[in-house]
Design a protein around this ligand. Structure first.
Ligand code: ADP
Ligand code: MG
Length: 685
C-alpha cells in the first residue's frame, strides 16, 4: 500500500473548552448523539467504530458492525470496484461533503438496499490514516420520494405491459387496468370507460372502488359535463380538482380517435400531478393498443370469412344469371306468340314460370349483391327524397302500429350510389325492423353529412383522404340483437327466423352493397334496446350529376334500326335477337368479336353495336368496341355483362346493361346509347 500523503490537520473543536469537558468526552457524546450514521474505517476498509444510528440504518448491532469490512455495506453490483475507489481515496484523501448529486445505495444485513448520502473525511491518528463516513438515509427526501415513486410507476407499467403483450384477448386487460391504476396511484376508485358504438354513451367496462355511477355496465352520456365526455370532446386528458376530491381521466385512443377513457378518483384534492398523468397515460396506450389489435384481428377474420363466402356465391350466381337470362327471355318470347296469347291456360302456365324465374333472378341478384359483383350504376342521389318516398310507401304497407319518422336535413349533400340498389338495401333493413317489432314501435330514417376523417366514420373509412360521406341510418325500437346474432348478422344465409320466414340474405346484400359502393355499414344493437343500422356512402361533391330521369323508353327507338349483336352464348344470343326483333330492329348476330369484325365497315350501315364483354377466347367486347369506334367514329355502343367486374373495364361514359335484362330494359338501354351524348361527342355522319 502506498503511503498516504499527510492530510490537513483537523480544525480545532473550539477554544477554551469549559473545565471538565475534554475532547474525548465531547467526541463520545457527539458520536452517540449525531443524527446521521457515523462509521470510522481504517486504511484496509475495516470498520473500527460505528454509532447506533449507523447500526440501525444498516440493520446491524453496533458490535457486529465493528470489525466488518466496508465492502459488506456496498451493493453487490458495485462491490468489485469498491476496493479501487477506496484505494483512490486513500491516495488523495480530502473531505467530501454530502452531495445531492449522487444516488448511493447501501446494503443492509438482510440484503435489502437503502438510499443514502455519504460524506467522507480523512482522519490521521498517530500517523495512521482512517476515514470517517457520515451516512444519511434519504428515502424520505421529496426528490428521492419522487424518484422512488417514478420507479414504482415504471415498474407497474412494465408489468402491465408484459401482460398486454401476452394477452390474446383484451377483456382480461380491461379488467386488470382499474386495479393496476388504483394500486399504482394509491387511490380509491378507478374505471375503464368504453365509447359505445352509437358514440352517444360510454359504458363502464370495469372498475374498482365502487364509486357511485361507476359500476361495471353503468352508462354515462358522452357529454362535456361527464369526465369521459370531456376527454372525448378535448381528445386530451382531463384533471378535475374539488375541495375534497380530485380526479384524473385520460383518453383511450385508436388512431387518434377517442374510443374510451381511464378514470382515477381520489378522496383528497390535488392528488394528481405530472407523474400520475404519465403513469395513467402509459396504461391507456397499452390498453388502447391491445384493443386496437383485437379489433383489427376480429375485423380481419370477419371480413375474410365474408370474403370467401362471397367468392363462392359469386361464382354460382354468375352461372345462374346466364341461365335465367335464357329462361326468362324465352318465356317473354313465348308469351307473345299468337298461339299462346290466345290460349288462357297456356298463358297461366307461362305466367307462373315467368314469376318463378323472376324470383330466381331476385335471389341471384342478392347473391351477386353480397359478393359485390352486382352491376352498380352510381349516380348522385338525394338521400332525403329517397327516404321520404320510401317512408310513404312503408306507411301504406306496414302495420299501422309501426310509426315511421324521417329526419332528413335539407342541406344533406347528395350521395353517390346506385339508387334502386340503395332503395332495396333500405327496404331490407326496414323489413327486418318490422320483424323485430311484432307489436309495433318506431321505425326512423335519418341522413346527414359526415365530413372526411370524422371520428363518426367507421375505422375503415376514417383514413380515406378527402372523401366526405352521407350517413343513412335506419333505427327501430324492436327486440334488438344479442351478441351472437350481431356478430353473424351480415353473413349470408344467417337467419334467426323460422324456415320459410327468413333467407338470411337481407343484411348480406346490404353489406355487399355498402362495400361495393366504396362505403361501409355499421350495426348498433342490443337486446331490448332496438337496432340502428347506418350506411355510409361516399358523398357526391358534384351535385350536378343528378340521375337523369329514365325518360327513354323503347318507343323512342327509331324503327328499322340496324343492330350488330355480339354474344358468345348461343341461347342468350337468340333471346337477345328475338327481343331486338320485337323492338323493331334489323339484327346481325355474331358469336365472337372476330366474326363481327367484317361487319364493322362504313357501308354496312350499322346504327348500333351491342356486345357482351366476356366473349370467350379472342377479343373482349370492350376491345371490339374500341376497334369499332376507331373505324366508325361516333358509332353508338352498348356493352352488356352479368359481371360487375367486367363492366368496370368499360371506359367511363359508355353505356352499360346488366344481365339478366327484360325486353323493356334492353330498349331503354339502347335509347340511352343512341341519344346524342355530351360526354362522347360524335362526329356527324
Ligand atoms: P333474415 O331477415 O332473412 O333473417 P337478414 O340478413 O336480413 O336475414 O338478418 C339476419 C338476422 O339478423 C335476422 O334473422 C335477425 O336475427 C337479425 N336482425 C336483422 N335485423 C334486425 C333488427 N332490426 N332487429 C333485430 N334483429 C335483427
Ligand atoms: Mg331480412
Amino acid at each position: 500500500m502506498t503511503m498516504a500523503p499527510t492530510p490537513p490537520p483537523p480544525p480545532p473543536i473550539g477554544q477554551g473548552l469549559p473545565s471538565g469537558l475534554d475532547e474525548a468526552l465531547v467526541f463520545r457524546s457527539l458520536f452517540a448523539a449525531y443524527p446521521d450514521g457515523l462509521i470510522v474505517a481504517d486504511a484496509q476498509g475495516r470498520i473500527v467504530l460505528a454509532n447506533d444510528v449507523a447500526a440501525r440504518l444498516l440493520d446491524y448491532e453496533v458490535d457486529a458492525l465493528v470489525g466488518l469490512g466496508v465492502e459488506a455495506l456496498v451493493p453487490d453490483a458495485i462491490r468489485p470496484r469498491h476496493a479501487d475507489y477506496r484505494a483512490a481515496y486513500g491516495r488523495a484523501p480530502r473531505p467530501r461533503p454530502m452531495g445531492t448529486q449522487m444516488d448511493l445505495v447501501a446494503r443492509r444485513r438482510d440484503g435489502s438496499e437503502v438510499m443514502v448520502e455519504i460524506a467522507l473525511s480523512p482522519l490521521q491518528a498517530h500517523g495512521v490514516p482512517y476515514v470517517v463516513a457520515a451516512i444519511r438515509a434519504i428515502a424520505s427526501y421529496p426528490r428521492v420520494r419522487q424518484a422512488l415513486q417514478r420507479a414504482h410507476y415504471a415498474e407497474q407499467v412494465a408489468q402491465f405491459g408484459r401482460l398486454a403483450v401476452d394477452a390474446r384477448e383484451p377483456e382480461p386487460l380491461i379488467e386488470e387496468v382499474p386495479r393496476v391504476a388504483a394500486e399504482g396511484l394509491k387511490v380509491s376508485c378507478a374505471a375503464v370507460y368504453l365509447l359505445q358504438a352509437n358514440r352517444l354513451d360510454f359504458r363502464v367496462a370495469a372498475s374498482v372502488g365502487a364509486c357511485p355511477g361507476e359500476l361495471p355496465g353503468d352508462i354515462v352520456p358522452n357529454r362535456p359535463d361527464t369526465l369521459p365526455g370531456r376527454v372525448h370532446a378535448d381528445s386530451a386528458p382531463v384533471q378535475a380538482d374539488e375541495a375534497e376530491r380530485s380526479a384524473l381521466a385520460v383518453p383511450l385512443l385508436d388512431r387518434g380517435r377517442v374510443i374510451g377513457a381511464i378514470v382515477a378518483r381520489a378522496d383528497a384534492p390535488g392528488r394528481f400531478g405530472a407523474d400520475e398523468l404519465r403513469f395513467l397515460d402509459a396504461l391507456a396506450s397499452l390498453l388502447a393498443t391491445s384493443l386496437q389489435r383485437a379489433q383489427t384481428e376480429e375485423q380481419l377474420s370477419h371480413s375474410q370469412r365474408l370474403e370467401s363466402v362471397g367468392q363462392l356465391t359469386g361464382g354460382i350466381a354468375h352461372d345462374f344469371n346466364n341461365l335465367l337470362t335464357v329462361i326468362s327471355g324465352n318465356l317473354q318470347v313465348l308469351e307473345d306468340l299468337p298461339a299462346i296469347a290466345s290460349d288462357e291456360f297456356a298463358q297461366q302456365i307461362v305466367g307462373a314460370a315467368a314469376r318463378a324465374s323472376r324470383r330466381g333472378a331476385d335471389l341471384t341478384s342478392k347473391l351477386l349483391a353480397f359478393s359485390r359483383r352486382q352491376v352498380l350504376e352510381p349516380t348522385a342521389l338525394d338521400a332525403g327524397a329517397l327516404l321520404r318516398s320510401l317512408a310513404d310507401m312503408l306507411r301504406r304497407t306496414l302495420d299501422q302500429r309501426i310509426r315511421i319518422e324521417v329526419d332528413a336535413p335539407p342541406d344533406c349533400p347528395p350521395a353517390l350510389a346506385d339508387a334502386p340498389q340503395l332503395e332495396s338495401a333500405l327496404l331490407n333493413i326496414a323489413i327486418n325492423a318490422r320483424d323485430a317489432m311484432p307489436d309495433g314501435g318506431l321505425l326512423w330514417f335519418a341522413c346527414r353529412e359526415v365530413p372526411a376523417r370524422s371520428p363518426d366514420l367507421p375505422a375503415e373509412l376514417a383514413e380515406v383522404e378527402g372523401t366526405s360521406y352521407v350517413a343513412i341510418a335506419v333505427g327501430d325500437t324492436g327486440c334488438g340483437m344479442p351478441e351472437e346474432t350481431r356478430e353473424r348478422a351480415f353473413e349470408p344465409f344467417f337467419t334467426t327466423k323460422g324456415p320459410g320466414r327468413g333467407t338470411g340474405l337481407g343484411l348480406a346484400t346490404v353489406y355487399g352493397f355498402a362495400k361495393q359502393s366504396k362505403g361501409a355499414v355499421a350495426l348498433d344493437s342490443a337486446p331490448g334496446k332496438g337496432t340502428t343500422i347506418t350506411l355510409f356512402l361516399p358523398g357526391e361533391p358534384h351535385a350536378a350529376r343528378v340521375e337523369a330521369a329514365v325518360e327513354n323508353t323503347a318507343s323512342t327507338l327509331p324503327p328499322g334500326l340496324r343492330v350488330l349483336l355480339v354474344e358468345d352464348d348461343a341461347e342468350v344470343r337468340s333471346v337477345a335477337q328475338r327481343f331486338l326483333v320485337a323492338l323493331g330492329c334489323r339484327v346481325t348476330a355474331c358469336a365472337s368479336a372476330e366474326q363481327a369484325d367484317p361487319e364493322l365497315r362504313p357501308d354496312a350501315g350499322i346504327d348500333l353495336l351491342i356486345t357482351d364483354i366476356a366473349l370467350g377466347p379472342g377479343l373482349r367486347g370492350t376491345e371490339l368496341a374500341e376497334l369499332a369506334r376507331q373505324r366508325l367514329p361516333g358509332l353508338p355502343v352498348l356493352l352488356m355483362s352479368g359481371y360487375a367486374s367486367a363492366l368496370l373495364e368499360a371506359p367511363p361514359g359508355w353505356d352499360l346493361l346488366r344481365k339478366p335484362y327484360t325486353r323493356a330494359e334492353l330498349g331503354r338501354a339502347m335509347a340511352r346509347a343512341l341519344r346524342p351524348s355530351p360526354r362522347a361527342p360524335r362526329s356527324p355522319g
